[in-house]
Design a protein around this ligand. Structure first.
Ligand code: ATP
Length: 239
């Protein structure tokens, strides 16, 4: 078995009286792609924010490579190789595409020169190379999502946390983003994906969990869940 990168144990998190996560436990191992699916408001974004240190845990623990996330700032976790692509993309709209990539590269100091790092990213996303001197804010939705993923992968993450990469994208752009994610998966990058688009999420992942009102109600190999009628039922609130 490959080593555990992320370990989440009995995680609880709240916004005041609203309990967004109610005892979530799972692991992500090296080389694995794991999807968390669930309806609007199920707690997917809260889970990502809790794991990356942006939302305080009220109970439970989470660690990345054995290090407790509660005692690590988000930028420290990023330096260790856990990179979060937040919902809504988070690119720097008034900066050029290549400036966005350079700032991301500066987050995680390594010996690799920027020219090499950016060349690798452009080979994966040729569209970004064509757009390298444009403002990020002028890119299409799909290109901005690619840029957000590119900002994360420029530092060769061990674990990529992706929050709803298909959000707001047309089917064509969604396909392009997921093609890039498949390539990353096949290159051995570990991915934790939260996504409302069930067929995309299950098509990409090795394993998946269904989150309903802050709890996992179903989990298993993604290929099995793709045929499980309980997945759709959980979206309709009947699980
Ligand atoms: P969506 O797909 O709509 O983003 P989600 O599955 O990501 O949904 P969360 O955004 O994590 O779900 O929300 C989980 C619960 O926490 C919901 O009941 C939501 O209303 C609540 N919530 C989320 N953010 C806040 C906030 N900043 N303040 C108060 N409640 C919040």
């Amino acid at each position: 078995m490959s080593r555990v990168l992320l370990s989440v144990d009995n995680l609880h998190a709240s916004y005041g009286p609203i309990r967004a996560l109610r005892g979530v436990s799972f692991e992500v191992r090296e080389g694995e792609t794991v999807s968390v699916i669930g309806a609007n408001g199920a707690g997917k974004t809260s889970l990502m924010r809790a794991i990356s240190g942006l939302l305080p845990l009220s109970e439970g623990k989470a660690s990345f490579l054995g290090k407790d996330i509660r005692t690590s700032a988000p930028h420290q976790l990023a330096r260790m190789g856990m990179l979060h692509v937040p919902e809504g993309r988070g690119t720097l709209q008034t900066m050029l595409v290549e400036e966005n990539l350079r700032l991301a590269w500066e987050i995680r100091p390594t010996d690799r020169p920027f020219a090499d790092a950016v060349a690798e990213v452009y080979s994966r996303f040729p569209r970004l190379q064509e757009r390298s001197t444009q403002l990020a804010g002028n890119l299409s939705g799909g290109e901005q999502q690619m840029l957000a993923v590119a900002r994360a992968i420029i530092n060769r993450p061990q674990l990529l946390l992706l929050d709803e990469p298909s959000m707001g994208l047309s089917p064509r752009f969604t396909s392009e983003v997921f093609r890039a994610l498949r390539e990353l998966r096949d290159a051995g990058v570990s991915i934790l994906l939260v996504e409302q688009n069930v067929s995309r999420a299950l098509g990409l992942a090795h394993r998946a969990m269904v989150l309903t009102h802050g709890e996992f109600t179903l989990e298993g190999p993604a290929a099995d869940l793709a045929h499980d009628p309980r997945v759709m039922a959980s979206y309709m609130g009947h699980a």
